[in-house]
Design a protein around this ligand. Structure first.
Ligand code: GLA
Length: 663
């Protein structure tokens, strides 16, 4: 029976197993006082659900869920496989993951299991089956949540089981060892393999490992966790119709979330960015929204500060930042925000992590902001439930395999994919160009403009899809530092960028790091500017228009930024990262008239505007959030702010960290 629970949801991670029932009742009463309507429970409770092998104890959990439900608080119920109990570790030490140096981890923390251990997977299937069977029809449970942050703390394992599984994975990818040798180019340093079984895990070597081996190992471990999630979801779905999710933690665990969430119903993530980095959350919310038709969940975030035994990412000195962060999630397509955690733990590794209640049960510093947020959401629940972010006409590719390539070799000294990608994305965000973030496999037909920055690997099928997109009238902005690696993380042999050059309309003639004295771009009439990170110099061709040439350096005079008409659309190729001003100009020119906002609306950078539409696609209003903490004015805004009931007659004034819902 569907409970009377409706979004928007605000709540927390709750660990009732750590408290006597008397405290649980007090906690639940306080949850109601603070306006929480959802709690997530169970992800670390295996020792309470199965205190001894085969003896299952669920009555305590039934009692907690019943009390929460009676209090009008929905439950997100977790499978507990992130914290295997000691009897399992003791009876089956082979289920424990092994560190790169070879020695196994030990019990006493969490996530110490090998994700590929058949014995661990068997016990996981057993507890998941029992839990799903026990709570399939449980009143009050609204979402199933798998485990906790697959890949958290250790996203790799070097045990014998993983080694054998890695060999099978490679055999599945390449078919035979000759094909692997050929595609990896293992002739270098006589690394050639005679059998898959000879291929080592990327453990200690005198110098670095082969990039293709490291790349495919990262791919294998990410696939292992996704397979584990798929298996648990299948068990649950056999018993319960409720949606299934798991909490990712982009980008830290470096799992490919395109695969991880492919077969799950809801995208949910844990995001702890501090107030000065709220803009990076926008990039995460943009992919979470674009990935699935259902609203996403911000499954964990800090109410005050993060950390463990030492606080980190502090909010308390930014009154309003926590509310702004939560509004950003709801406005951009989320339906739930849960804090980590409800009540500070009085013992264990995370005693000093910020929480909604102190360990002794009194509300902590965020109580007033939470109260404001709950009040806001009551006033805007219908608006949030009856509208959604407007479809974006612009998209930005995000590629985990490309992130791994730059992890293996940054190409430019000090380059980091996440930082580079975020800075590129920020220039789109600061212009309030309404955008999605998409993974490489996403369909692009609904967009007008697609940016593919730092997409080191552009798979062949993506090149084909993007070529069709351009021919149908789209604008594709490629680069910088895109397309230079194969899916095996090798360079090209037939040309600099292989099949991508057919789309670019030119071929790369020289590639080089910017020389120490720097390299500049000559934009013709608009003067000169610096180039950054890397330089690809192209050939001049009849198909392409040169937007900028290298003004100096080893390829002086060679084209650096090209535009090419193809079909009804165009391709803009960045051979280097232009400076901020020139990149902004390219972005604005590429996105001309597809910003998604009314032309007269001119928000300053730092104020995010999310256009919302009714479910039939008709305009419904805009949500304005200051995520820079400076406040400001937005011209071209008329309507009524649902949060204040005040009318806005042309210019919206926002206080620092201010929020407005103007319809
Ligand atoms: C992660 C984990 C939580 C908790 C928080 C602390 O997101 O999922 O169990 O450890 O970090 O920030």
């Amino acid at each position: 029976m569907k409970e009377p629970f409706t979004p928007p949801y605000v709540g927390a991670a709750y660990y009732p197993e750590l408290w006597p029932e008397s405290e649980q009742s007090k906690d639940i009463a306080r949850m109601r006082e603070l306006g929480c309507n959802v709690m997530r429970v169970g992800e670390f409770a295996w020792a309470y659900m199965e205190p001894e092998e085969g003896r299952y104890e669920f009555s305590w959990l039934h009692g907690v869920i019943d009390r929460l439900t009676d209090a009008g608080i929905a439950t997100v119920l977790c499978t507990p496989t992130a914290a295997p109990p000691v009897w399992l570790t003791e009876k089956h030490p082979e289920t424990v993951a092994a560190a790169a140096e070879g020695q196994p981890y030990v019990h006493g923390s969490r996530r110490h299991n090998c994700p590929n251990s058949p014995v661990y997977r068997e016990y996981s299937r057993a507890i998941t089956t029992r839990l799903a069977g026990e709570f399939a029809e449980k009143k009050g449970v609204i979402v199933w949540h798998l485990d906790n942050e697959f890949g958290c703390h250790i996203n790799s394992c070097y045990c014998g089981v993983c080694r054998d599984a890695f060999h099978r994975f490679l055999e599945g990818l390449y078919g035979n060892i000759e094909a692997l040798n050929e595609r990896w180019g293992t002739g270098v340093w006589s690394q050639r393999y005679q059998r898959f079984e000879q291929i080592p895990l990327p453990q200690k070597t005198p110098y670095t490992h082969h990039p293709s081996l490291v790349h495919r190992y990262r791919h294998f471990m990410s696939h292992s966790f996704a397979e584990f999630a798929r298996e648990q979801a299948g068990i649950i779905r056999a018993k319960s119709p409720l949606p299934v999710t798991t909490n990712g933690m982009p980008p830290w665990h470096k799992l490919d979330y395109e695969e991880m969430f492919a077969d799950l119903d809801i995208v949910s993530n844990d995001l702890y960015n501090g107030p000065e980095h709220l803009w990076t959350l926008a990039g995460e919310f943009d992919w979470m929204r674009a990935k699935k038709p259902r609203p996403y969940w911000l499954m964990e975030t800090s109410a005050t500060w993060g950390g463990s035994l030492t606080p980190g990412a502090v909010y308390v000195h930014h009154p309003g930042a926590m509310r702004a962060k939560c509004w950003l999630s709801f406005a951009m397509g989320g339906e739930a925000v849960l804090y980590w955690l409800w009540r500070a733990q009085w013992s264990g590794q995370e005693m000093e992590h910020g929480s909604l209640l102190y360990s002794w049960g009194e509300p902590a510093l965020a109580r007033l902001e939470l109260k404001d947020l709950v009040t806001d959401l009551k006033a805007c629940a219908d608006f949030l439930n009856d509208t959604k972010p407007a479809p974006a006409q612009v998209a930005v590719h995000f590629s985990y395999p490309s992130m791994w390539v730059f992890d293996e070799g940054p190409l430019a000294a000090g380059f980091n994919y996440m930082n580079g990608w975020n800075e590129f994305y920020r220039q789109i965000l600061d212009r309030n160009i309404h955008r999605d973030v998409i993974f490489p496999g996403a369909d692009v037909a609904s967009y007008n403009v697609v940016f593919s920055p730092f997409m080191a690997i552009i798979p062949g099928e993506v090149i084909e899809r993007m070529k069709a997109f351009v021919e149908a009238g789209g604008t594709w902005v490629i680069g910088p530092m895109s397309g230079f690696r194969t899916e095996d993380a090798t360079a090209r042999r037939e040309s600099g960028f292989g099949p991508l050059e057919d789309v670019i309309g030119s071929s790369v003639r020289h590639r080089f790091p910017p020389p120490p004295m720097g390299a500049n771009l000559d934009w013709g009439k608009s003067g000169r500017s610096a180039c950054r990170l890397w330089c690809d110099a192209y050939r001049s061709t009849a198909e392409t228009k040169v937007l900028a040439r290298y003004a100096d350096g080893p390829a002086a005079g060679a084209p650096a930024v090209l535009e090419r008409a193809l079909g009804k659309g165009r391709v803009i190729t960045l051979g280097t990262l232009p400076d901020h001003a020139e990149l902004s100009r390219i972005i604005e020119e590429a996105c001309w008239e597809t910003t998604g906002l009314p032309a007269e609306m001119d928000p300053p950078a730092g104020i995010i505007v999310i256009p919302r539409v009714h479910m039939d696609g008709t305009p419904a209003g805009h949500i304005f959030i200051d995520i820079a903490g400076k406040g400001g004015e937005v011209v071209g805004v008329t309507g009524v702010d649902k949060l204040t009931a005040e009318s806005v007659g042309g210019t919206l004034k926002l206080k620092p960290w201010g929020v407005a819902v103007v319809v």
